[in-house]
Design a protein around this ligand. Structure first.
Ligand SMILES: CC(C)(COP(=O)(O)OP(=O)(O)OC[C@H]1O[C@@H](n2cnc3c(N)ncnc32)[C@H](O)[C@@H]1OP(=O)(O)O)[C@@H](O)C(=O)NCCC(=O)NCCS
Length: 294
């Protein structure tokens, strides 16, 4: 991604994303907001003229969520990411490591086919912000993730480790190195080996491997709803350092497109007679909620 000359100075960065633009055949620009307001974002959107703006900002900026919905016609709530960190200088390299019965190997180019395979099985049901945007319907996340993990083997500032249980490849952890800070990019365990402590073993092992490689800190992001990963990271001594919301703005979309399914359903419900008339409240004439409030 090419940096914008005004990067960061106004509490916002705008980066053209060539990978995502090729992937979706749209001009995709990523905006990361730290302290800026909606006015500055609007100006940058006019300047960069994207088809799709992917906007990420700290989750405490709820004001921006509301402002985005007010300001743009097609806004999609994508996901919520939680960022974790661990300061490796504050922990000692364990001498008698707890055994996890996992074999580990740093991936090389000869492992690319095996990696493609493991990424495909690990992420078969996975959903992120792309899958929530109806304009990107039909997009297959797997090839994109395979390409991303392959780059962790071929690029010098990235690394990828493979994990084996009884000599069977069952998990991986890909990371990027920025000086002594290592950032977890993508990791997974194939479904047959889940709920056996494999991921806990992976995190425990990468802490040691990265520490011995000179890392002082590991940073990684996880989707809010990914409970098992939160459990493992907290158990292994990581702490929450931030959280982010990802929103999509579908811009320059054709007005001739048919109404979305949501509108279709709404029109149908307005025009058709209900199958079973709902009971009405004596006082308000509103439909009565028959389920117990919790
Ligand atoms: C998330 C994932 C890595 C977990 O791997 P795993 O090897 O099953 O994890 P573990 O066995 O170490 O389990 C960790 C904890 O979460 C719990 N857990 C795991 N899967 C669970 C599930 N589906 N529901 C509830 N709890 C679950 C385990 O019981 C364990 O808790 P415990 O320590 O109290 O026993 C794996 O499910 C996966 O690859 N998912 C898809 C890709 C992904 O989400 N990658 C990570 C983010 S990039």
């Amino acid at each position: 991604m090419k940096p914008d000359p005004a990067d960061g100075k106004q509490g916002i960065t705008a980066l053209f994303s060539p990978t995502e633009s090729n992937r979706f055949n749209k001009r995709v620009v990523r905006f990361t907001i730290t302290s800026s307001g909606i006015g500055r974002l609007k100006k940058l959107i006019e300047l960069h003229y994207p088809d799709l703006a992917i906007v990420r900002f700290p989750s405490h900026r709820v004001d921006l969520v509301n402002a985005l919905y007010r300001s743009f016609p097609e806004v999609i709530f994508g996901d919520c990411l939680v960022e974790y960190r661990i300061d490796l200088e504050q922990i000692s390299v364990p001498r008698n490591q707890e055994r996890f019965d996992l074999g580990v190997l740093e991936a090389e180019e000869t492992h690319i086919d095996a990696l493609d395979h493991i990424v495909m099985y690990s992420f078969s049901d996975y959903k992120n912000h792309y899958s929530r945007n109806p304009r990107l319907k039909g997009f297959d996340l797997i090839p994109a993730y395979q390409e991303w993990v392959r780059s962790s083997v071929t690029s010098p500032d990235k690394t990828c480790h493979l994990f084996f249980y009884d000599e069977i490849l069952c998990g991986f952890f890909a990371a990027e190195k920025a000086g002594t800070v290592y950032r977890g990019l993508l990791s997974g365990v194939i479904p047959e080996y889940r709920r056996n402590g494999v991921f806990r073993g992976i995190i425990h092992t990468v802490k040691t491997i990265f520490q011995m490689d000179g890392a002082t800190e590991i940073v990684t992001n996880v989707l809010l709803e990914n409970g098992p990963v939160h459990k493992v990271l907290l158990y292994e001594g990581f702490v929450i350092s931030n959280s982010f919301l990802t929103m999509h703005l579908n811009l320059r979309t054709s007005h001739t497109l048919p109404p979305s399914r949501r509108w279709g359903k709404m029109f149908k419900s307005i025009t058709s007679t209900p199958r079973r008339p709902r009971p009405r409240s004596r006082f308000t004439d509103l439909p009565v909620n028959t389920t117990r409030a919790v």
